[in-house]
Write a protein that binds this ligand. Sequence first.
Ligand SMILES: [Zn+2]
Length: 227
Amino acid sequence: MVGEISGDMAASEGRSVGFTRLTGALRRTLRLALDVALPQLCAACREPVDGAGLCPTCWSKLSFIAPPYCERLGIPFPFDGGPGLLSMEAIADPPAYQRARAAVRYDEVARTLVHALKYGDRLDLAPIMGRWMAHARVTHGALARVKSTRQQVGLDKSARAENVQGAFRVPANRKADVTGRKLVLVDDVLTSGATADACARALLRAGAASVDVLVFARVVSGLRTPI
Ligand SMILES: [Zn+2]
């Protein structure tokens, strides 16, 4: 009986290995055919490129906006005059909105990308442009770890909370980025929420108006009925 079963298993494994090899070869051939038929093109000039995105020429022409820039309008400054510096435009004619940030300068390549997305039905550009925009929105370095903590993996909920308690602080020179702001804390995974909670407490202590949390995935144990 045992022999028969292992014989059957061996036979079925043999078939499955052969089948996997065959489908793998087919998939590779199909991929090759697709690559030949539909080569990746530069998002701006449509020249063939390796991988997705822009060709080196277009990439070098795209000018990303990075600090230092006007705190209010996001207009880039030629030199760093310290945190919270405003442009002449922001002082002379302050806008109704609190802050504006842009990923890139609106020049030739940027115009091509925007027109392709808006009028050329190039929805495939949305993820890459979205990533650049998210980067321009984001404040880095507003939270510092002031206490070394153990890895949270393997700790229970109360141990996790204790581990990260008082572990984060807003550095004095970054308080202006936090005070009065409605913030979104971005992380990869929310488990017990202890780290997010400790970070939110530090941000609120530094004067943040509110803190929301956005994660890629959260741990959900069992189904809960709303109260
Ligand atoms: Zn190009």
